[in-house]
Design a binder for this molecule. Structure first.
Ligand code: ZN
Ligand code: ZN
Length: 378
């Protein structure tokens, strides 16, 4: 069963809003938050452009930058020299993609945002470097946005609110000013672990240069100096094709995995289990599980086949660099699946389905569970 959720925003009237009155509105909302008054939000004007209306102003520099970057990447992806003649560069690009992916999944996401495990200094430095290779937003912004996303999923306070459609949740949200609710709720998020960390403060201070060096310059220069690769193709491969694939892999978690897939752990929420996303996002596509158990270092219930991040974290655990890795018990997962799942869980799903049909009372379900457990032990 593939579930599709789309909600088209049709409300609103055209308005002559400007960037200035947007700022005023944000300020008012923040003042209200500062007073700790639970007032209803003011109604927002719309920002018209051609035939469309937007809830917040468009950031045109981001639109142009993101569009151009994608156009160049797609053009040269189509006109790439034969794979065999560029095999070392292609393989090298995959390695850089893997490092940047781990910086996002194992670093910004599972470590810095959710604190699903503890890391010793060498691993922490490795995570920060890998995150720089990914070349996304400032770490502080990434962590705050993601914490707000979990706390206020699919509401106006969710930075990439999937109920505003696929495009908005995928990349559109990066092309617009944040909704005032995102700013207001974002200020309520505890970020002291990030702001009080001296290493992260230095990292943030020099972020522009660190990102420039680790995302673009160093990765592009290595093949040139290592084996005489052509500068042009090295830059195209690393700075455009690899970068665009990496970005879209991360964005896919917010779009595809919030719209399409099964919901075996909690049918009441948007996030879904999406295997294709898991492949590209190194194990982050088990998103229904992740939103149900965000503190699990595996971000998935099962295995490491499509969950390369968990595989690496297990390796770092074995050498002692990662420790106190958190994960729920099987019993807790089972209870949650039975209470809230959509009946598609590989093991307990059918029991949920039967319960929904009223085929089995509590006693019978208990007996069945015991039977399953006994069989498992045998
Ligand atoms: Zn999510
Ligand atoms: Zn998360």
């Amino acid at each position: 069963m593939i579930t599709t959720i789309t909600k088209i925003h049709t409300d609103g009237q055209a308005a002559n809003a400007t960037l200035n009155n947007y700022s005023d509105k944000v300020e008012k909302v923040e003042l209200a938050a500062g007073n700790k008054q639970e007032k209803p939000l003011p109604s927002y004007d719309k920002y018209p452009f051609l035939i469309w209306e937007f809830e917040t102003p468009i950031i045109w520099s981001n639109v142009i930058f993101i569009t151009l970057w994608h156009l160049i990447a797609v053009y040269y992806f189509i006109h790439y020299p034969s794979i065999l003649s560029k095999l070392p560069l292609v393989l090298y690009g995959c390695v850089i993609g893997g490092i940047s992916g781990f910086g996002i999944t194992g670093g910004a996401h599972r470590y810095f945002t959710h604190r699903t495990y503890k890391a010793k200094l060498p691993l922490k430095i490795l995570l920060l470097i890998s995150y720089a290779v990914a070349g996304q937003n400032q770490l502080f912004d990434w962590v705050r946005d993601h914490r707000v996303h979990h706390k206020f999923s699919e509401s106006n306070a969710d930075p990439h609110n999937a109920s505003r459609g696929f495009f908005f949740s995928h990349v559109g949200w990066l092309m617009m000013k944040k909704h005032p609710d995102v700013i207001r709720k974002g200020r309520t998020i505890d970020m002291s672990d990030i702001t009080d960390d001296p290493l992260i403060q230095v990292y943030q201070k020099y972020w522009f240069w660190i990102k420039l060096a680790f995302c673009f310059i160093i990765p592009s220069a290595i093949p040139v100096y290592l084996y005489g690769e052509d500068w042009f193709w090295s830059i195209i491969t690393i700075c455009f094709i690899r970068y665009v694939i990496s970005l879209n892999s991360t964005w896919a978690v917010n779009s595809f995995a919030h719209i399409w897939g099964y919901r075996p752990y909690d049918k009441r929420i948007f996030p879904s289990e999406n295997l294709a996303v898991s492949f590209f996002a190194m194990g982050e596509g088990y998103h229904n599980y992740h939103h149900t158990f965000p503190w699990d270092y595996r971000a998935a219930e099962l295995g490491t086949m499509l969950n390369v991040t968990t595989l690496w974290l297990n390796i770092f655990k074995s050498i002692g660099w990662a420790y106190d890795l958190k994960a729920p018990s099987g019993e807790l997962i089972r209870k949650v699946v039975e209470n809230n799942g959509d009946g598609t869980h590989y093991r307990w799903g059918h029991e949920v389905a039967e319960e929904c049909e009223g085929a089995a009372g509590d006693e019978e379900v208990k007996e069945e569970e015991e039977e399953v457990e006994e069989k498992k032990e045998m």
